[in-house]
Design a protein around this ligand. Structure first.
Ligand code: ADP
Ligand code: MG
Length: 251
């Protein structure tokens, strides 16, 4: 059974059909990339999947259950998690305090009983370790590098023990070294966590993804293996006009 299945998912803004009858299926354990030129509808599709935005038509199913009518919070409780720009909200807190808060929130409480605090701390430290932030626990968020804040966002998203992790351009603004660390982090996530990510950097896409869906003008142009996508003339055509076509797909 697919972890995620969207059928006929659509969203318009006035006359603009930003997401147009999209079908997409994400297999358990997949590292599934969503690519497409700017304005293709990738972020809008993500919002329809997470419930941040309501669809005009179509359905979203998580592990076989229809979640189309559910709020973002309910979807999150069912195992769908996305990276958000939480980090800026907690400017005066340290990395570990920020993650502790996310761990507590997932447990459904704002404050924890004193005897439970060591467990929360332990879990937060573990998440920071898993996301490559061991040794950075007590650094306040604004003092983290851009790349480290992105790693922290992944730690926050993992705090709710997701089965499906959604990342919209996780490597945006990262240096090559930060990017390499992110690839390592994502590649090292346990197989129980399925990942759907939007990414512009095709090197990163082809380094990580085992499935790729190409969106163009709100529609699915192609879903397939990275090799199928690389070889597709239709996909190359879709990138025409970006001026970057040659470097996008040629080896
Ligand atoms: P992508 O993430 O692939 O670059 P988006 O999903 O952000 O594309 O946008 C798809 C199209 O929908 C674009 O033409 C964009 O201008 C438009 N769009 C996105 N969000 C809104 C909105 N809230 N209101 C109006 N138009 C929007
Ligand atoms: Mg976008």
């Amino acid at each position: 059974m697919s972890v995620l299945r969207c059928a006929g998912l659509s969203r318009s803004f006035g006359a603009l059909q930003a997401v147009d009858a999209v079908d997409i299926e994400v297999a358990p354990g997949a590292r599934h990339a969503l690519i497409g030129p700017n304005g293709a509808g990738k972020s809008t599709l993500f919002k329809l999947i997470t419930g941040t935005m309501k669809a005009n038509a179509g359905t979203v199913a998580l592990a076989g259950s229809d979640v189309t009518g559910l709020s973002e919070v309910r979807r999150c409780r069912l195992g769908m998690s996305q990276t958000l720009q939480h980090a800026s909200l907690f400017a005066s807190m340290t990395a570990v305090q920020t993650v502790e808060l996310a761990v507590q929130r997932h447990a459904g409480r704002i404050s924890v009983l004193p005897r439970r605090r060591p467990q929360v701390r332990e879990r937060a430290e573990q998440l920071l370790g898993d996301t490559g932030l061991a040794g950075r626990e007590h650094v306040v968020v604004p003092s983290l590098s851009h790349g480290e804040r992105k790693q922290l966002e992944v730690a926050l998203a993992l705090a709710c023990r997701p089965t499906l992790l959604l990342l919209d351009e996780p490597a945006a603004g990262m240096s090559p070294a930060e990017r390499a660390r992110l690839v390592e982090l994502l590649a090292g996530l346990p197989a129980e966590i399925t990942v759907l990510f939007v990414e512009h950097d095709l090197d990163l896409v082809f380094a990580l993804a085992d499935a790729v869906t190409v969106l163009h003008l709100g529609r699915v142009l192609l879903s397939g293996s990275p090799d199928e996508v690389r070889a597709s003339d239709a996909v190359r055509e879709a990138y025409l006009g970006t001026g970057r076509r040659e470097e996008l797909f040629l080896p």
